[in-house]
Write a protein that binds this ligand. Structure first.
Ligand SMILES: C[S@@+](CC[C@H](N)C(=O)[O-])C[C@H]1O[C@@H](n2cnc3c(N)ncnc32)[C@H](O)[C@@H]1O
Length: 448
């Protein structure tokens, strides 16, 4: 039945629809002919004309064509490609209202999923909402009809690469070079065999990783080398890495050596990273998030602290500056190595890093056998359910949870409060991904 419906042609006639809510991915929600419709670029309190773009058994998808009755929170999107490019979902909603919506999502998830409520709401952490994205995976596609290689985010719906010339959320260095990158890829011998370009910007350097599906020629290499030396930040040429196969095949093409790093001013730390490493995407918000997390942990110089899902030491090393000892735990051995290197680079000898799978059997996690004064966790979207019993068993009086998914944070908050006797003391959002529907948040759990 569902398949038959999907095959059925979508009506060409626009529908008129009243929007009453925003979905978790930032689409307006309305009803048409008794069916829920998710409408891109529409806001609550609006009446819009929309074109149906997809039909499912329980809901339809649509795209706003014109706004009949406009929300007081609607603003003109900064980006001319908004509504087509899938890189942003909320540019049409004024920025303070985006923050309000993100906090209400966190509140609602706490209530619905975790049945918890923080004693106190923290002020949202925020910074300049434009050109914040220092890491991005861009798609590349040679489109004959356009006569060029498109380099950018996927369009809404995900099938095509958006035809954009610059990007209001991408780091300025890359935004300004999108067209030049497109020309560069178009000039290679295999412009149709370049699948994606990963971009990473440090404070004083930048790099790209080009995923190519067939070998590049010597002439291609030469072109890339010339292009790299023409694009420099602070005198450092852009690093170009090539990826002919899986992630392990990534290697530096040019210059001979290249380094990416970011500085955490307040902690006098310089953290080195590789373009494929996980880093927090928004430099300014990251710095404030670290400050907020460390304030909530109430560290003193005698404390032993555990930092779970520690990556390359983004929280562990600032903690090491304030506490007696920190143990950082991370699954990816490349990140554990980077964290250890970063500790040495910053002359810290009170930070220890362990490689472990925090979803695995708990008895293999030796580092959990000692007590901690405070614990920080910053898990991936799936949350930290498996490790919560061990955190609780450690009796840490303060647990700060940094999260990129309010649903799993709410679930884990419910477990910490209802099963392990913690109190949800405070919580708030961090505007890590302005103009998108992603919600970053942090929460403090305490136990006497
Ligand atoms: C949201 S990132 C946070 C990284 C770091 N705290 C930071 O601020 O840069 C989540 C981290 O958890 C790691 N991770 C994912 N699954 C894991 C697992 N099962 N066990 C341990 N670490 C894991 C990822 O490799 C990633 O570095």
């Amino acid at each position: 039945m569902a398949r038959r419906q999907r095959r059925r042609r979508l009506p060409a006639e626009p529908i008129t629809i009243d929007i009453h809510d925003l979905s978790h991915d930032g689409r307006g929600v309305g009803r048409h002919e008794d069916k829920v419709v998710f409408v891109h670029s529409a806001l609550p309190e609006e009446r819009v004309h929309a074109r149906l773009t997809g039909r499912n058994r329980r809901f339809d998808d649509a795209l706003t064509l014109a706004v009949d009755v406009s929300s007081p929170d609607r603003v003109e999107p900064e980006c001319p490609w908004f509504g087509n490019c899938g890189g942003c979902a909320l540019q049409h909603l004024q920025h303070p209202a985006q923050l309000k919506w993100k906090q209400s999502r966190l509140e609602e998830n706490f209530r619905r999923i975790g049945q918890v409520k923080p004693n106190e709401w923290l002020a949202p952490i925020q910074a300049d909402p434009w050109h914040y994205r220092r890491r991005a995976r861009l798609s590349a596609r040679l489109v004959q009809g356009k006569g060029r290689v498109l380099v950018g985010f996927r369009e809404i719906g995900g099938r095509y690469v958006a035809d954009i010339e610059r990007c209001s959320i991408l780091d300025r260095f890359f935004s300004d070079r999108l067209m030049s990158l497109s020309d560069l890829i178009g000039s290679l011998s295999i412009p149709d065999r370049i699948a994606q370009i990963e971009c990473a910007a440090g404070d004083h350097s930048a790099a790209i990783v080009i995923r190519h599906l067939e070998p590049l020629t010597d002439e291609d290499h030469q072109r890339l080398i010339e292009w790299s030396s023409a694009q420099s930040i602070d005198g450092q040429p852009l690093g170009i890495y090539l990826q002919p196969k899986g992630p392990d095949s990534v290697h530096l093409l040019t210059p001979e050596t290249h380094e990416l790093s970011y500085h955490l001013e307040r902690y006098q730390l310089d953290l080195k990273f590789h373009p494929q490493h996980f880093i927090q995407i928004n430099s300014e918000v990251n710095q404030q998030l670290i400050d907020a997390a460390l304030t909530l942990l109430e560290l003193d110089s005698n404390d032993r602290v555990l930092d779970l899902f520690c990556g390359l030491g983004n929280f562990s090393l600032p903690i090491a500056r304030r506490a007696a000892h920190v143990v950082g735990v991370e699954l990816e051995s490349a990140l554990v190595d980077a964290a250890r290197d970063n500790a040495v680079r910053n002359e810290l000898n009170n930070a220890e890093f362990v490689s472990a799978d925090l979803t695995a059997a708990s008895d293999s996690l030796d580092f959990m056998n000692t007590p901690y004064d405070a614990v920080l966790i910053d898990p991936p979207r799936s949350g930290a359910a498996e490790i919560l019993p061990l955190i609780a068993a450690s009796n840490a009086p303060r647990v700060v949870y940094v999260s990129c998914d309010p649903a799993t944070l709410a679930r884990d908050a419910g477990t910490l409060v209802q099963q392990h006797g913690y109190t949800l003391e405070s919580a708030g959002i961090a505007d890590m991904f302005p103009h998108t529907a992603h919600v970053e948040s942090l929460a403090l759990f305490t136990k006497p």
